[in-house]
Design a protein around this ligand. Structure first.
Ligand code: CDP
Length: 795
């Protein structure tokens, strides 16, 4: 082995390998309208499914009458829980071992829950039919607030569960409580802040949907569905339906954004499959926007109290956090089953902290189930928000510059691999380097001066500067630690080189817009010296791809990217023996040259051979010592996760009269180890920052006291537009992962994870001279104006 690609040295072999800005292969079909999404799938005889949803958040279903719907021309069936019970499909397991009704059996537990389904010849008739289904409800008192749900007189939502006498789901804790208490008692300074990470929704452009097609001739169920994890979904479908797994095919075609929303299985998929099975015709179910926001996996909804203990010089000694987590009506968080709070216990962040302790209580409420990893690795977003906000609170308490206080506490670059106080093994990092670069790019000192000037002059617009120096944790497995419903989180790649020298790479992960068809081809191009145009990447079809656990938590590059590199290296090993045969030399005398991408005889560089010539040799003149053909498979179980990081600096102008916040400067320095495609990374950063801004400034799923969703459509759930998004200045450092075959870490979610605290820190910073320590997200003008008013700064 030649040691793998080196940081920043691998650019420019010119074949589209590592570090080259290869244009996205998939864009040709997307920009010419040739994408193929679930709703584009049309099958002969296909029926359409529309779901009848509850207007109440908490109610007993007394009676369902579908007769008026059945009278409509074109309505084929009305399904209720009773019909599903006949096929043992009335309930389905969630990814956290709870049981959710597919169609409500007895009691509605959140508004818009699935009560019945109408199947019709076309979508309009199905919708008309759904409006004609009559449901009698006995309305019950709902509880939507997590604190109120724990009160003694709160209505019990999950009374059907044995031993469930209240709305409490679980308690979880991490770290060393006693040691942390000791550190806090002995500390010079302690600070405390309560903060909510509001309920938000991934809101992908494409909502969820499925086309289920039961073939009674082959006894085979094919489901085209919006899936971020087709293989895991195949296993679950088989387990729930009883159809043997080899007779289930899941196809996830082009997917219009997932962001964690398409990891769980939703009732609509199951209803479509059940209807197809019963009616023996293909059935399509496609969600509307409000159904997507109101019923599918939400994210966050953590009410957190953070505490930090430090010396008077601002050296952090201890961190404590207590969380109340609203999980909605079912425990349906999408995260590895051994981690009820996801990776929240990475809340010590980028800092070398002596002692830490975290506790969390999960609660049922009459709200939609969820807790998905929205562009994040299982609750790392909440953890990063907590610690990066607390560092700012401490800096203000001690009157130390927030950049300086970070510098005093960073895990030093020579301390890696580093084990955190809560047991995570960080692979590599150089936090100070990233911060220094960001400070320079942001012209930090200049803005600090300008901030002072505005305060002295009592200006109408205040300036705030916010920093976030976050650490991420991406690339789940290892399989022994991380699983979905018991399946270990490895991933896979299957590489086949054809006789004419081009190749097909099949991977176990499924892209939702991240550009895998390009970057995974680049990994193979780098490792085999092949031209990137000669490699095609296939994914998303369980009949043809190797088993994988799917794309979420930025795990594709750390896990399947590693599998692709290892599979390519296996092919390269075999290629060496074929090269020896072709060049009539001993195998020990053959050397692979990464620069030229060719094999040559040691000491005789002109006696060389390309991978295309080797491919021909593999099929037309294979050495007797080898099997014919040129292919390899790798199932990769990562030894550890990867820990990308970055420093973001945000400068905002806060209008004291209106509470409006304008972005003056937005600097993002990221480090994802060795970079495969800088242009795709740039796109990932831009998109993620936009979603971070959305979280900080605009988005929230809200409920009234009756459990009505008041932020459940795009009129009320404020998605950002180009107008709200500023210019970004991006930069990078490169700290390779020591255990990843190509030194790469994930990157897709860093900006969404890292930017909200930088933005909130900036708004708080504009008012901290007047004593403000926190402003809640989303920081709409009214929220900011209230904070200004409280600080005596409003005009
Ligand atoms: O799992 P997901 O694809 O969402 O996240 P990721 O592994 O962070 O990758 C997002 C995109 O960035 C993919 O196209 C990656 O191949 C690319 N990427 C890269 O070019 N270099 C890296 N070091 C990390 C990711």
């Amino acid at each position: 082995d030649d040691g793998g690609p080196q940081p920043e040295k691998h650019c420019g072999h010119g074949r589209g390998g590592m570090g080259e800005e290869v244009a996205r292969k998939e864009d040709k079909r997307f920009i010419t309208g040739r994408g193929n999404y679930v709703d584009d799938i049309k099958k002969p005889g296909m029926l359409h499914c529309e779901i009848v949803r509850s207007p109440h958040a908490h109610a007993r279903v007394e009676e369902i009458d579908g007769s008026r719907a059945m009278d409509l021309d074109g309505v084929v069936a009305v399904l209720t829980a009773d019909d599903l019970l006949e096929h043992d499909l009335a309930t389905m397991p969630t990814l956290m071992d709870d049981t959710q009704d597919v169609l409500v059996n007895e009691k509605v537990k959140f508004q818009s829950q699935e009560v019945a389904a109408v199947i019709a010849e076309d979508r309009y008739t199905a919708k008309d039919g759904a409006e004609k289904v009559e449901v009698d409800y006995e309305v019950l008192d709902p509880v939507v607030d997590a604190k109120e749900a724990l009160e003694a007189d709160a209505p019990v939502i999950r009374e059907e569960l044995d031993d469930q006498e209240d709305n409490h789901i679980f308690d979880w804790d991490t770290g060393d409580k006693e040691e942390t208490e000791r550190v806090f008692e002995e500390a010079d300074v302690t600070v405390e802040e309560q903060m909510e990470y509001q309920r938000i929704h991934p809101a992908p452009i494409e909502t969820c949907g499925a086309v289920a097609d039961w073939d009674p001739g082959k006894d085979k169920m094919t489901v085209h569905m919006t899936s971020q994890a087709p293989h895991a979904h195949r296993t679950l479908f088989s387990q729930v339906s009883g159809i043997p797994e080899h007779k289930v095919r899941i196809v996830s075609p082009d997917v219009g954004g997932g962001f964690g929303n398409k990891v769980p299985i939703y009732p609509g998929y199951v209803v479509a499959a059940a209807a197809s099975y019963v009616l023996e015709r293909p059935v399509k179910w496609i969600e509307e926007r409000s159904e997507n926001i109101q019923t599918t996996g939400f994210a966050r909804d953590y009410d957190m109290t953070g505490e930090v203990a430090a010396t008077e010089d601002g050296v952090i000694e201890g961190v404590k956090v207590d969380v109340l987590a609203n999980h909605g009506a079912y425990n349906a968080a999408a995260q590895p089953s051994k981690f009820p709070a996801g990776f929240f216990n990475i809340f010590t962040g980028s800092y070398d902290v002596e002692a830490a302790y975290g506790s969390l209580t999960g609660v049922y409420t009459n709200t939609a189930p969820g807790g998905v990893a929205y562009r994040c690795s299982f609750r790392v977003t909440e953890a990063v928000y907590l610690i990066e906000r607390m560092v700012k609170v401490l800096a203000d308490e001690l009157d130390v510059d927030p950049a300086e206080i970070r510098r005093r506490n960073f895990i030093p670059s020579d301390a890696f691999p580093y084990e955190s106080a809560t047991g995570w093994n960080y692979d590599s990092g150089d936090y100070e380097k990233a911060l220094d670069k960001a400070l320079e790019m942001a012209d930090y000192e200049h803005y600090r001066e300008e901030q002072k000037r505005r305060i002295e002059e009592d200006a109408d617009k205040l300036l705030g500067i916010g920093i976030s120096s976050f650490t991420e944790i991406v690339g789940a497995g290892p399989g022994k630690q991380c699983d979905i419903a018991g399946i270990e989180m490895f991933d896979s790649a299957d590489l086949r080189v054809n006789p004419t020298g081009n190749a097909v790479l099949r991977i176990g992960v499924q892209t939702q817009g991240q550009g895998h068809e390009t970057t995974f081809a680049q990994i193979v191009a780098e490792e085999l010296g092949m031209d990137v145009d000669n490699i095609v990447v296939e994914h998303g079809d369980t009949d043809t791809e190797p088993y994988g656990l799917g794309t979420y938590g930025s795990r594709s590059t750390p896990v399947a990217g590693a599998a692709a590199a290892v599979a390519a290296r296996k092919v390269r090993d075999k290629a060496k023996s074929i090269a020896a045969n072709e060049l009539e030399a001993a195998e020990e005398d053959i050397e692979w040259d990464r620069e030229s991408g060719e094999f040559h005889v040691v000491g005789a560089p002109d006696r060389s051979i390309t991978i295309t010539e080797i491919a021909a040799g593999a099929y037309m003149n294979h050495p007797g010592s080898e099997e014919p053909g040129l292919e390899a498979v790798n199932y990769y179980d990562p030894p550890e996760m990867t820990y990308p990081f970055g420093s973001y600096i945000v400068v905002v102008e806060v209008d004291r009269e209106t509470g409006e916040v304008d972005f003056e400067k937005f600097v993002a320095v990221d480090d994802c180890g060795n970079r495969i495609n800088p242009m795709i990374i740039e796109g990932q950063i831009h998109g993620g920052l936009a979603q971070g801004i959305a979280t900080a400034m605009l988005e929230e799923v809200t409920y009234d006291d009756n459990g009505n969703v008041t932020g459940g459509d795009f009129m009320n759930y404020l998605l950002p537009t180009a107008h709200e998004i500023p210019e970004f200045e991006t930069g990078h450092t490169v700290t390779p992962s020591p255990h990843h075959p190509i030194g790469a870490k994930g990157v897709g979610e860093s900006p969404t994870v890292g930017s909200p605290p930088a933005i909130v820190n900036a708004v708080v910073d504009a008012m901290s001279h007047a004593g403000t320590t926190h402003v809640e997200m989303p920081m709409t003008p009214d929220v900011v104006w209230e904070a200004l008013d409280e600080a005596g700064l409003a005009l």
